[in-house]
Design a protein around this ligand. Structure first.
Ligand SMILES: C[S@@+](CC[C@H](N)C(=O)[O-])C[C@H]1O[C@@H](n2cnc3c(N)ncnc32)[C@H](O)[C@@H]1O
Length: 439
């Protein structure tokens, strides 16, 4: 590992920007990447770090979903006119290898469209560099990377870029996983299957590692198990929906009349040759104790039901159910009760505190309603609800604070990170990561 320190640019995809730092920091921690921010994660489509551990950085890059490419940063300039001088003065360009190798120059602009002709002009500006090797568009020894950054406001594009980056391309990320594992070609999906990008993102943020045992207490069609299994975990889950787990619902694909036998969580893992990682799925109610106390998981990764596209249910006795004779009420199982959001999260945290290994992670989504929190005033919300069409109070969490550090608390779990994904103007969901600690 004892290399000299180098600067690297990490180019992000323009997607799920709120989760960039959660993912990068989680993978950096998993692969013990010792680094320093030169330009930290911001709204820009890139960040710059410094490290002497390129091997660990490549491990991060092999998994990262929200980045597209990695390159060595030789020059970062804010002056278009001085840029060429800065490249000429950088030490790397005078290295014998780079002076004599075959090469090509890849040009990119962010925040402004530049034509093919303008790209060629940029390359011509670089023609004074001391590069003596052959230009080779296919399989060159080195690809140099030139990027102009024009800011994020498409209505106010400056004449000259705010920043120009130049360096050596190292690798692209593994984002093609998102299309390889797309739900469009997935054997078995359900109403709320998690898409491939978010599933891989969650597995990365949860730092799923080879041979981990991973559990999803609201497993549905098992999308989160697929990504965990891809990273080498053994996976299992629970869902209350017996027909869903046992292939008794309508077929996944529109137009097909009959379900295939392997339209199941197991079938999904088989589709991707990950069946050796499948433990099992249990039809059961995650509000009830299902496991012996000594069963432990490395990670719990889940998307609980919020009651928007799927019902929130748990098994229980409805004392007031008039259809059940009074003498049977005590033993009346299973009647379905509404599973309140507060209870879902309390149960999930208690379960995680009991069944995670020390330092194990639980990662989950929780809904976040803006108009409820805007005034940060629960009483006010209750009054408004009498006069306006707002969601039923019971369908909302019973807390008047949006801060996950207050909303999600357990003495044996500590909040590691969280990020928000906007769904509509007033409604978001937050991804929360907590880690088991021993007191
Ligand atoms: C948001 S979906 C999960 C989707 C899943 N991540 C996937 O990719 O298909 C929530 C799941 O929780 C299940 N569920 C609802 N109440 C439950 C309970 N009490 N115990 C276990 N599962 C429950 C629902 O049947 C539904 O499949």
């Amino acid at each position: 590992m004892s290399q000299t320190k180098k600067s690297y640019v990490i180019r992000f995809a323009n997607e799920l920007n709120n989760f960039r730092s959660m993912e990068f920091n989680a993978l950096a921690s998993l692969y013990k990447l010792d680094f320093k921010f030169i330009e930290p994660i911001s709204e820009k489509p890139f960040m710059i770090i410094e490290t002497n551990d390129e091997a660990a950085l490549l491990n991060v890059f092999n998994r990262i979903i929200l980045a597209t490419s990695l390159f060595e940063c030789w020059v970062s300039s804010s002056d278009f006119d001085e840029f060429i001088d800065e490249v000429n003065n950088c030490t790397q360009i005078h290295n014998d290898y780079y002076r004599n190798c075959s090469f090509r120059i890849q040009v990119e602009a962010f925040g402004r469209k530049i034509s093919q002709q303008q790209k060629i002009e940029r390359i011509e500006r670089l023609s004074g560099l001391p590069l003596k090797g052959k230009i080779r568009m296919i399989n060159p020894d080195v690809t140099f990377y030139y990027m102009e950054y024009y800011g994020l406001n498409p209505n106010r594009q400056p004449e000259k870029p705010y920043q120009i980056l130049f360096g050596k391309w190292i690798t692209d990320s593994n984002r093609k996983l998102c299309s390889t594992f797309s739900l469009k070609t997935r054997k078995f999906i359900a109403n709320t299957s998690m898409d491939a990008t978010l599933s891989f993102l969650m597995a990365n943020i949860a730092q799923i590692n080879i041979n981990d045992i991973v559990y999803d207490p609201f497993v549905g069609s098992g999308s989160l198990l697929v990504s965990a299994a891809y990273f080498g975990a053994y996976v299992c889950g629970t869902d209350i929906d017996y027909p869903l787990l046992h292939g008794m619902i309508k077929p996944t694909r529109v137009g097909s009349q009959q379900r295939d036998d392997d339209e199941s969580v197991h079938g999904n893992l088989k589709q991707y040759k990950l069946e050796s990682r499948y433990i099992d799925v249990i039809a059961g109610d995650s509000s009830l104790p299902l496991f012996r106390n000594d069963i432990e998981f490395d990670a719990i990764i889940t998307d609980p039901p919020y009651g928007i596209r799927e019902s929130r249910e748990r098994i229980g006795t409805k004392k007031s159910d008039p259809t059940v004779p009074i003498e049977y009420l005590d033993r009346h199982l299973p009647a379905k009760l509404q599973y309140k959001l507060d209870d879902i999260y309390n149960d999930l945290l208690n379960f995680s505190a009991q069944h995670l290994k020390p330092n194990g992670m639980v990662i989950f989504w929780a809904p976040y309603f803006k108009h409820f929190y805007k005034n940060n005033d629960y009483k006010n919300f209750k009054q408004q609800q009498q006069t306006q069409t707002l969601p039923q109070i019971d369908s909302l969490p019973k807390y008047d604070h949006q801060d996950p550090a207050i909303r999600f608390q357990h003495e044996n779990l500590r909040l590691l990170s969280f990020g928000e994904q906007k769904l509509t103007k007033n409604c978001s969901r937050i991804l929360v990561v907590m880690q088991k600690i021993l007191k």
